[in-house]
Design a binder for this molecule. Structure first.
Ligand code: NDP
Length: 281
């Protein structure tokens, strides 16, 4: 099954479907990533915060695939927004992965209530990584519209991507449409709402009608709306099931019905980025 690429605003492109490794224990990560690569995934989404970059790198090397065949994203951890700290953290990420570049490096959270609200100098530091070629593309995660407006006013590089919480219970439409209007790819994290949406009657009814599983229906909905997704699973059959979403289409009415499940702010499963201030100790 061939996975479409999404063109980024910097001339690079990203496979629209990848494999996420949040909450996969380091001991299980190499196995899960190896299974994903065997199935055909060529895009892995990790982060320093997940504590498993090393195992992601190992699995990619052990696969026998060329480094260039696998798209790898990692993210700047929350304790390291100051420029010198960010440089060290980025070097650490490359060392853990065992690679001399990442395809995409993101600021994991904006942390507007920390660092005197200064994510601008952090972004300028990512611009350095990009200029050096060690981050082929740079982007954001969990940035709200006001944060991106500030970056647009004060810096030169339009982020390639913004990775945000987005699933049928939380369409995050204000941020998604800002991304779209500014040529910023939307990456949808927790695309399955960590499983919460999979027994929704609207989803299960569509799944029954089209002869697919609820997870496949939700992932197909994301794909047709243009989102980049990287569902996480440690279960072999699910890793495969989540990959098989390019040989059927949802009707426009089904897309509309799933859009209708949006609960607004109360549909979030993760923290609100305007207030989130967690720094790992
Ligand atoms: P997902 O929406 O991908 O859901 C994962 C959960 O759904 C797991 O419990 C998994 O179970 C289950 N699951 C997966 N596939 C199926 C299936 N086919 N049928 C039934 N259940 C299934 O949640 P995540 O939070 O992991 O999000 C995905 C990725 O997004 C992360 O791994 C990470 O890369 C990224 N992310 C980024 C964040 C950010 O702040 N930038 C925040 C959160 C996530 P099991 O593993 O037991 O099979």
């Amino acid at each position: 099954m061939s996975i479409p690429n999404i063109e980024l605003n910097d001339g690079h492109s990203i496979p629209q479907l990848g494999f996420g490794v949040f909450q996969i224990h380091p001991r299980e990560t190499a196995q899960a990533v190896s299974e994903a690569l065997e199935v055909g995934y060529r895009h892995i989404d990790t982060a320093e915060m997940y504590g498993n970059e090393r195992e992601v790198g190992e699995a990619i090397r052990d696969s026998g695939l060329d480094r260039a065949e696998v798209y790898v994203t990692s993210k700047l951890n929350n304790g390291f927004h100051r420029p010198d700290d960010a440089r060290e953290a980025f070097d650490r990420t490359l060392a853990e992965l065992g690679f001399d570049y990442v395809d995409l490096f993101l600021i994991h959270w904006p942390l507007p209530t920390l660092y005197d609200g200064d994510f601008v100098s952090t972004w300028r530091t990512l611009e350095e990584f990009n200029q050096h070629g060690s981050a082929r593309s740079i982007g954001l995660s969990n940035f709200q519209v006001a944060h991106m407006e500030r970056l647009a006013a004060e810096t030169d590089t339009v982020p390639a991507a913004n990775q945000i919480e987005l699933h049928p219970y939380f369409l995050n439409e204000e941020v998604r449409s800002y991304n779209e209007a500014h040529g910023i790819a939307t990456e949808a994290w927790s695309p399955l709402a960590q499983g919460e949406v999979l027994d929704d009657p609207v989803i299960t009814a569509i799944a029954e009608r089209v002869g697919r599983t609820p997870a496949q229906v939700v992932l197909r909905w994301h794909i047709q709306r243009g989102n980049v997704v990287f569902p996480k699973s440690v279960t072999r059959e699910r890793i495969r099931e989540n990959f098989e979403v390019f040989d059927f289409d949802l009707a426009p009415g089904d897309i509309e019905d799933i859009n209708g499940l949006d609960k607004g702010e109360s549909g979030r499963i993760g923290p609100n980025p305007d207030r989130f201030a967690y720094v790992p100790s």
